[in-house]
Design a protein around this ligand. Sequence first.
Ligand code: URA
Length: 444
Amino acid sequence: MLALRLIERKRDGGRIDAGEFRALANAYATGHVPDYQMAAFLMACFLKGLDGDETFALTEAMLRSGETLDLSHLGKPRIDKHSTGGVGDKVSIVLAPLISSLGVVVPMMLGRGLGHTGGTLDKLESIPGFETALTLVQARSQLEQLGCALIAQTDEIAPADRKMYALRDATGTVESIPLIAASIMSKKLAEGLSGLVLDVKRGSGAFLPDLERELELASTMIDIGAEHGCPVVALLTAMDRPLGRACGNALEIEESIAALRGEGPSDLMSVTYALGAEMLVLAEMAEDHDAARRMMEIAIGTGRAAEHFQKIIESQGGNPAVVDDPALLPQAAEVELFAATRRGFIARVEPRAVGRGVSALGGGRTTMEDKLDLSVGFVITARPGDWVEQGEPLATIFAHDRAGVEAGRNALRAAISIADEADPPLPLVSHRVTSAGVELLVGT
Ligand code: URA
């Protein structure tokens, strides 16, 4: 009865109060509200919107539907970074070991890939043996020992969000600012953080392709964090082309390992250093961004960050030897170059088409039940603005079989366009948003 009343009220433009959100989230998490009613409620919220108080109440309701990690006894800063989702976005895999190797506690809860975006959880599972389904007790113990745990959202943490997010993905209700903000923040606040850095993607490959809406999403999450005493800093970063070169699960682990060894592509390193500097400054481990960057460069240059990644992998049951020998990661049966069909400038490398291409190869999900081929994907060396000659290699396709190579070829044909002119791509890091407002870092 409660669910029906709330669906009708939201459908008609009414408000839901904090107690009602709490009752609904708990009833849904415990199986007392069916998916069809929650789907209708979410669609009503999507269409009619939620005001600031409602967004805060929904976050709180999802957060309180499960347990929370209390890490205050560690006496150390606890900082996480979260991305709104992109293609080739492996920054978390680099940042978690890098920043925790510098003494910051990084409790990182990760998601699976859905839609055109990849998921860090799937990528990590391409490391043989790596286990992400840690209990909160296991996560707490690893955080005490290594300062980092890379964990899946289990039923213990924000279970209402876990079910609602899967439902939203299947009912066209993902792209709503209050629903995204409440979903992300309920999980992040359950980690018991002292600060959070958000990577809000912008451009054609982002969930919300328009800049105004990205800024609104960032401010909404910053306001929710402030209400909980958790300072949040957001950087807006480019997702009008994939980040780095590798797109696909094991391929992205290999590129992340290269980054931890100081051999990452420059765009990946710029975004990693920008977000990492915010984490270290929020943690009060560095005075400013320049000092933070020097700390990260030293951790990478001395091998400390890569060694720390090995310890995390080992602690989570994975084979740490992959860091020295990435050939131990799943390998694709078919590997083939993709070449330019004409000369000209690379005008676009469209992330959505690349992400869908990874799925077509078997490396991404179209439903939650899909089983992934973790070895497949692309390494795309062509960048927007590059001049290329006809026949020049633009990318490598990694596929399961010949049909996969053909699917990969079709995807890259749709994704990469070559023209006589190319507009400049978006700046890699364009805006910094804090509770004080929006700072423009470069021309947009
Ligand atoms: N990531 C989340 O965790 N939730 C959303 O709603 C969107 C992206």
